[in-house]
Write a protein that binds this ligand. Structure first.
Ligand code: UD1
Ligand code: MG
Length: 499
């Protein structure tokens, strides 16, 4: 287990080279600069319409890798400290509700969608009051990493810039704002629609993430005019304005464009999900987990897995799931918010809000529903469903059983086809089975019911009475045997006299 360590940041930087081409910079040059990140605000723009999602849900609430898009961004900025503002538009109430548990987040409403520059305006007073620097990000770009944002902020402070852009060189820059440079420094962002053919050839693009000195951003915003192809107030125009005023503008150029990808439609949502998943799997593999087939294994960023655990193909680990060391999980398994200790073997099974203790074996084809606890070295086998049921140490429920609202003692053996009849149509009732009891096959335990320690319940019984410890309980009509009856009947039906 342990915290995520991101791969080294690969960046280029903007100084001392010709326009449009980024020079290489070693990551340490950026990360070595330990300026404290005080007086930093973060503003996440999330008021876009998200029309292309064709959804009732606001775009930033769509989930990938277990979290809403905007939650990925919020988690990436959280370690930077400072106050966070989120600008919302359509579906603002839904977004606010989803994020209500988060502390230090202020919400601003952009009533009409009039461009990315206009989106900052509802937060203008907040920014003015806070002063210092502000990191501006898009709420629909879930791949951005904390380390990159740290590097951007540090570069901004080191160069004492009015604005520092996060950019990337990409093979296909179409649709993005291009970075125009002079003498190596960025001088303007030109939106695709307004770009000249020569500018369209520039491969360095604007990510939509920036660090501004708050007063410079606010001053720039006041000068914006919607005199462009879309008739919108572009935040990107602030860059040209600041350069025109002789203020210093810099850029951190990423060698890898993946991190700045935004989500505008469902295809991009799936693409972002895949990239985030691969990032999590890579982290797990770096931490000593074997992932047999990354292409068919899906693990949320929130999941933790211990070293020397093997994850087999077609396995989904979701939400707050925790898996210990030396486990073997899958194939064909889905675990939601489950906790597995060490040395657990869990094959082809589903689990939700369940716990499995050290050395236990589950599956194939088991279902652990909320509140299931599989004790140390216990076995749960094929077609067994457990709900709010605690299996003691070494207990065995190996075949075709349903146990609900039950407490099963240590080393109890539950035979094939045993059912706890826990629901009377109105209420749930509990079943308690003492240690080392033996429940024969095809038994119905009609709850509420107690079976004492060491008791034996005979196969086929439907029990409605408690069984004292050490006793035998049997509920079974005596078998009727009629010698020769079958033979005689066959003879009557077919005329045969033997066989
Ligand atoms: C923007 C940039 C472009 C950059 C690209 C990166 C502008 C003018 N251009 O273009 O240079 O390459 O992002 O993805 O900013 N928003 C609001 N309210 C609005 C309009 C936008 O909150 O009225 C938010 C959106 O939710 C989004 C961000 O601002 O988070 C950017 O807006 P978007 O419309 O996506 O701009 P792009 O055309 O993608
Ligand atoms: Mg966009």
């Amino acid at each position: 287990m342990g915290g995520a360590r991101p791969p080294p940041l690969r960046t280029h930087r903007n100084t001392s080279h010709s326009a449009g081409k980024c020079a290489k910079i070693k990551p340490v040059d950026v990360l070595r600069f330990h300026t404290p990140l005080t007086s930093l605000s973060v503003l996440i723009l999330a008021a876009g319409e998200g029309t292309r999602m064709k959804s009732d849900l606001p775009k930033v609430l769509h989930s990938v890798a277990g979290k809403a898009l905007v939650e990925h961004v919020l988690d990436a900025v959280a370690p930077l400290g400072g106050g966070v503002g989120v600008v919302l538009g359509r579906g603002a109430e839904m977004v606010k509700e989803r994020l209500s548990a988060r502390k230090n987040v202020s919400f601003f409403i952009q009533k009409e969608r009039r461009g990315s520059g206009d989106a900052v305006r509802p937060a203008a007073r907040w920014l003015e009051r806070r002063g210092g620097n502000v990191l501006v990000l898009c709420g629909d770009a879930p791949l951005v990493r904390t380390e990159t944002l740290r590097a951007l902020t540090r570069l901004h402070r080191r160069e004492k810039n009015a604005a520092t852009l996060l950019t990337a060189e990409v093979p296909n820059p179409s649709g993005y704002g291009r970075i125009r440079r002079e003498k190596g420094r960025p001088v303007a962002i030109v939106e695709h629609k307004e770009a000249t053919p020569a500018e369209r050839d520039l491969r360095e693009i604007n990510s939509g993430t920036y660090c501004f000195r708050a007063i410079d951003l606010l001053e720039g915003l006041r000068r914006l005019r919607p005199d462009n192809a879309k008739g919108e107030y572009y935040i990107t125009d602030v860059i040209g304005f600041l350069v025109g005023r002789g203020r210093s503008v810099g850029a951190l150029c990423l060698a890898d464009g993946d991190e700045i990808l935004g989500v505008n439609n469902r295809r991009e949502l799936a693409d972002a999900g895949q990239r985030l998943n691969r990032r999590t799997l890579d982290r797990l593999m770096d931490e000593g987990v074997t992932v047999v087939d990354p292409a068919t294994t899906y693990v949320d960023a929130t999941v933790r897995v211990g070293s020397d655990t093997v994850i087999e193909p077609q396995t989904f680990l979701v939400g707050a799931t925790r898996v210990g060391r030396h486990c073997r999980i899958g194939p064909m398994t889905r675990l939601i918010n489950c906790r597995l200790a060490d040395h657990v073997y869990l094959e082809a099974s589903f689990g939700e809000s369940a716990r499995v203790e050290t050395g236990a074996r589950v599956g194939p084809w088991s279902r652990l529903r909320p509140g299931a606890v599989v004790g140390r070295d216990a076995h749960v086998g094929n077609f067994v469903e457990l709900k709010k049921t605690r299996l003691g140490v070494g207990a065995k429920v190996n075949h075709l059983s349903y146990l609900g609202d039950a407490v099963v003692g240590a080393r109890v053996n539950v035979g094939a086809g045993v059912i706890t009849c826990n629901y009377d149509g109105h209420q749930k009732h509990s079943t308690t089975i003492g240690a080392e009891a033996f429940i024969g096959s095809n038994v119905n335990l009609v709850a509420p019911l107690r079976v004492g320690a060491g008791a034996v319940v005979g196969a086929g019984s439907t029990l409605t009475k408690d069984v004292p410890a050490g006793s035998l309980a049997l509920e079974r009509a005596p078998a009727l045997i009629k010698r020769g009856w079958a033979k005689k009947r066959r003879a009557e039906k077919t005329g045969q006299t033997h066989g």
